[in-house]
Ligand binder design. Structure first.
Ligand code: GUN
Length: 294
């Protein structure tokens, strides 16, 4: 079994992104990412501050806007309008989820598609589905890169995605069955209503576990040699202590898997690296600068 080292692959991407930042700066462009947080959820606060630290590490300007979680929704919509209009801001990320009184669809629709580094705007979703992605969403793109780093070419293989979220399940399925490098797999999307889930995962060459359920994928559900990508980040209580586990029972599944991503240290760092990638891509396209994307 091979552990797929997301920290190492992400470090390579970050160093390639840092070179793109230098190219942009030499052309007078300071790439900038704006993160917007309208939540007091500690996990969301942590994710956003990690994204800001990542920006700093590669030389991207990080701009952060906090919107009070009980402020009127208009305050968030106005913030997005201002960031859209600011030529010095190249990427905009509104951390999800937003409070219930805010219309998530409206938030995603109001971000300028050219600055939509999450790839969640309907125009960008449409382009991805059409096989002409502008910004591949960060987690699915990171998964594609992890498979490539592990020398697992999805072409012709059986890929089974467990989970149908807009952020991971739907886009990774599209990338896996889509044409081109990192695609061409025969792809099945399973979810909470799938009958006999194990019958699908057992015939898979590649399993992407993205259901958001702790240790949902157990050893009896995968075949020998399968590549297992674990997207889950679940905080659970173990022996009186809080710990992070994925959607895969790592201890048992790693005995059978050909290659597997650990949690933490697998998909998570890749999601963050691909956000930096999308930010320099956005800055380069907005200023018509050629960069050598990693
Ligand atoms: N919340 C959880 N994952 C994500 C993500 O990838 N992007 C944004 N904007 N919010 C999230």
């Amino acid at each position: 079994m091979t552990d797929i080292d997301g920290n190492a692959v992400a470090a390579d991407i970050r160093s390639g992104v840092a070179e793109c930042v230098e190219t942009l700066q030499a052309e007078g462009v300071d790439p900038a990412l704006a993160t917007v947080l309208m939540s007091d959820d500690p996990a969301s606060e942590t994710y956003v501050s990690m994204k800001q630290n990542d920006c700093e590490e590669v030389g991207i300007d990080g701009i952060h806007v906090d919107v009070d979680d009980d402020a009127p929704a208009e305050e968030l919509y106005d913030t997005i309008d201002e960031l859209n209009a600011d030529d010095g801001v190249h990427g905009i990320l509104v951390q999800l989820p937003v409070p219930d009184h805010v219309d998530t669809e409206r938030v995603l629709r109001s971000i300028d598609p050219a600055k939509d580094v999450d790839g969640f705007h309907p125009e960008n979703v449409g382009r991805l589905v059409g096989g002409n992605a502008r910004f591949k969403p960060c987690t699915p793109h990171g998964i594609q890169r992890l498979l490539a780093a592990a020398d697992v070419d999805p072409e012709g293989k059986e890929a089974v995605v467990v989970g149908r979220s807009d952020i991971v399940g739907k886009p990774i399925a599209n990338l896996l069955f889509g044409r081109g490098p990192g695609g061409n797999a025969t792809t099945t999307v399973c979810h909470s209503r799938t009958d006999d889930l194990a019958s699908h995962t057992r015939r898979a060459d590649i399993v992407v576990a993205a259901a958001g359920i702790p240790e949902f994928i157990t050893a009896d559900m995968v075949s020998e040699g399968t590549t297992v990508i674990d997207v889950g980040i679940n905080r659970v209580e173990r022996d009186g202590e809080s710990t992070l586990v994925g959607d895969v029972d790592y201890e048992a599944v790693s005995e059978k898997a050909g290659a597997i991503t650990p949690v933490p240290g697998g998909v998570g760092p890749m999601t963050r690296a691909m956000l930096l990638y999308n930010t320099v891509k956005a800055a380069a396209e907005q200023h018509d600068v050629d960069v050598d994307l990693p």
